[in-house]
Design a protein. Structure first.
Length: 336
């Protein structure tokens, strides 16, 4: 009888164990503050396990989540890594449930201009600018592009790495940037750009790894990369380009999945990510700007570039046109 009660107690304890599952993108776990968030969260909530799932870039993980929700499979409780331009897609697939601002006190420190979801489903946690970065030791100064048109110069054949807009948020940002800049001429720009591309990778991590390995001297990345080069390596080798003073503004968000199993933990997670302690990790792990106005930037961030003319497109326009734009881009790519 004693053994039976021990077994019952053990099963009861096992059944009462709490877990919060968070989907995110691979670099947030491998490069980013995921471990620090996990340690802090589990210290705040003893007996709770925070589990990160990150097997691809942000667009891939969102597609996985949408598919799982459609099939009724167990999914994440929280999704972290939604680019603002993908908000219409997420809302159309009913991915998130509304958050309760009263349960997220740190939201009070986030400026209103960064709240990109007026429906109250997704909160920002960092922001930055997608643009191009070059290796100053590999690319002669006279070949550094000063405008988007300069990316088409024949001397740059095979020297540029970009990411796929179907699977990568920076890749999608660049596609939208070219649409915003060239209007109806965006396809013609891409047709001329293709010969200059070394490759189009599935995600940012693969692209940047190739860039760091010296496979090509220009990569699609973020405007904080010179700050990264200086802080991490004491070098200004990797330098930011803002063609014509432009770069595409990106705000990244997080939200509670509509099938979330523990709303208390989910809100506590959102609040922790917006805390000053975690926000001050964003600049040197995510290499993005924090959204909490009280978070301080580290020394060396003076090398992070804020473009003169940030580029963006209205989310509602993106939601209406994106599927067609991606189809056109894919047909062009297949046709060469």
């Amino acid at each position: 009888m004693r053994k039976l009660w021990v077994l019952i107690l053990a099963l009861a304890l096992l059944g009462s164990a709490r877990e919060l599952v968070v989907y995110t993108y691979d670099s947030f776990v491998s490069w980013g503050p995921a471990l620090a968030i996990k340690e802090k969260f589990e210290a705040l909530f003893p007996g709770v396990t925070l589990t990160w799932v990150a097997v691809g870039d942000s667009s891939e993980m969102l597609s996985r989540l949408i598919a799982e929700l459609r099939l009724g499979l167990p999914t994440a409780d929280v999704f972290l890594g939604l680019a603002d331009v993908e908000l219409p897609r997420a809302l159309a697939h009913n991915v998130f449930q509304p958050y309760d601002p009263a349960r997220i006190p740190n939201l009070a420190d986030v400026p209103s201009d960064l709240i990109f979801d007026p429906t109250g489903h997704v909160l920002p946690y960092d922001h930055g600018y997608v643009t191009f970065v070059y290796d100053s030791e590999l690319l002669p100064e006279e070949l550094v592009p000063q405008t988007l048109d300069d990316l088409l110069r024949p001397e740059l054949k095979g020297k540029i790495i970009v990411t796929d807009p179907r699977t990568s948020s920076p890749g999608l940002s660049f596609l939208l940037w070219t649409i915003a800049h060239y209007g109806e001429g965006w396809l013609a720009f891409w047709q001329r750009l293709i010969p200059n591309l070394l490759t189009i990778t599935k995600g940012w991590s693969e692209a940047y790894d190739l860039f760091l390995a010296g496979e090509a001297p220009i990569v699609l990345s973020y405007s904080t990369d010179t700050a990264y080069s200086y802080i991490e390596h004491g070098s200004l080798r990797y330098r930011v380009i803002t063609p014509g003073g432009e770069a595409f503004r990106q705000v990244e968000g997080m939200g509670i999945v509509r099938t979330c199993r523990d709303l208390d933990l989910a809100h506590a997670f959102l609040n922790l990510v917006l805390s000053v302690e975690i926000q001050e990790l964003m600049p040197t792990t995510q290499w993005m700007f924090p959204v909490n106005a009280r978070a301080r930037l580290p020394a060396g961030y003076e090398y992070a570039v804020i473009p003169e003319r940030p580029v963006s497109l209205p989310p509602e326009l993106v939601g209406e046109k994106l599927e067609g734009w991606l189809s056109q881009w894919q047909r062009l790519l297949i046709g060469g």
